[in-house]
Each structure stands twice: as C-alpha cells, then as structure tokens.
Design a protein around this ligand. Structure first.
Ligand code: AMP
Length: 216
C-alpha cells in the first residue's frame, strides 16, 4: 500500500503512522524526521533545512522532492510506504504524481487528519519527543512513566525547537496557505479520506483503520 497522510502540524500524523504503518506493512517516511536527523548530524542538507524549519517555514520544494525521491528508491519501500508530511505543497504533490506515474504506480489512499487550530496549539506546546526513536509524549495527555524519559527506548525527551508558540503560529499559517489546498487536489482523484483527528490516539487509529476497511 502506498499512502499519503495530510494534516496540520500536531494533527497526529506521526503518532498514527507509528501505530499503523507496521500493521499495514508500510515503511513510515517522515520528511520532518529526515530533516531533523540531518540537522542533528549537521549535514549540508541539515544546515540548509534548519534555516527554514526554525522559522516555521517550508524547506524549498526542489530540496524536499530530491530528498524524497532518494528515499523512495530504497529497497524497503518496495512493499509499501506511508508518507508523513509530504507532500506539503501543490508542487510537491505534482512531483509525487509524476514520480509514481513514471513507474506505472499510484497512491492507494490519501488520509487527511483534521484537528482544530486551538487544539493543535495546545498539543504542540506540550509535546515532548524522543530524538532517538521518534516517540511522542505530552506533558498533560501522554505523560511518560518516568519524567523526561522515553517509555519505548529510554531516550531523553526534548521539546522540538519549532514547537515554541510563535513558530507554531507560523507553521499553522503556512499549513493553511500552502498545504490545505492539497485537499482539493486529492479530492479530484477520489482518494481523499477525511479523518476526525480529535479525541484519543486509540480512537483516531480506529477511525483510520475502519476507513481503510482493515479488520483486526
Ligand atoms: P514535521 O515534523 O512534519 O512537522 O516537519 C517539521 C518541519 O520540517 C516543517 O515545519 C517544515 O519546515 C519542514 N518540512 C517537513 N516536511 C516538509 C515538506 N514536505 N516540505 C517542506 N518542508 C517540510
């Protein structure tokens, strides 16, 4: 299965894909995670990406599309993949369409997880992530068993630089202006599935699995 997951920052894309990607035999590819890995390794790509990410802006399409094309060529993508945070612009969506059609392939589903802006701000301000395994926690809602430590791998939890309130506001503005139009783009292809992203992670996961007709 090849899938795209859309949704604003903090909509729960990463959380949900960490839950369902394995179940559906897909590799979870998060462009944000790839950028963050490059930033922490201080690569040229990381240095460039950070100048945009730290301000809540998008990394330019050409850079992002090249990076995704490289990632999709890897062998683990052959059984299926779920793209988290890509595409984020019409330009990127057109690039993905062409990339797939050149290989006589197409997306099986486009999931859009919808959450109100006010909840997004609350979720992101309190989010803490594990830089080692990518697990996500919240200071009020998903409290780790041991303060500041990842339940899954024991890594030290951090707040993402771009989860500060001013940057969150820019990210939301960028989302509404540049990424939301993708809903119409994918509606036309008949592949768009809208999921209510409010509520617990368990509830949202169940909604996604139901919408895909997955019986557990
Ligand atoms: P995320 O972890 O998906 O919230 O992404 C974190 C940041 O990485 C975003 O706010 C953007 O600055 C950048 N980023 C991630 N994916 C993309 C993309 N597809 N296009 C451009 N920038 C991206």
């Amino acid at each position: 299965m090849k899938m795209v997951v859309l949704g604003g920052p903090g909509a729960g894309k990463g959380t949900q894909l960490m839950r369902i990607a394995k179940k559906l035999n897909m590799v979870h590819i998060s462009t944000g995670d790839i950028f963050r890995e490059n930033i922490s390794k201080d690569t040229e790509l990381g240095k460039l990406a950070n100048t945009y990410i730290s301000k809540g802006n998008l990394v330019p399409d050409s850079v992002t599309c090249d990076m995704v094309a490289d990632r999709l060529k890897k062998k683990d993508c052959e059984t299926g993949y779920a793209l988290d945070g890509f595409p984020r612009t019409i330009e990127q969506a057109k690039f993905l369409d062409k990339y797939l059609s050149d290989k006589n392939e197409e997306l099986d589903a486009v999931i859009d997880i919808e959450v109100d802006d006010s909840l997004i701000i609350e979720r992101l301000c309190g989010r803490r992530i594990c830089p080692d395994c990518g697990a996500s926690f919240h200071i009020k809602y998903t409290i780790p068993k041991k303060d500041g430590i990842c339940d899954q791998c024991g890594g030290k939890l951090i707040q993402r630089q771009d989860d500060k309130v001013e940057t969150i506001k820019s990210r939301l503005e960028v989302y509404h202006r540049q990424t939301e139009p993708l809903k119409d783009f994918y509606k036309e292809s008949g592949k768009l599935i809208i999921i209510d992203g409010n509520g617990s992670a368990d509830d949202v996961e169940q909604r996604i699995l139901n919408s895909l007709g997955v019986v557990e």
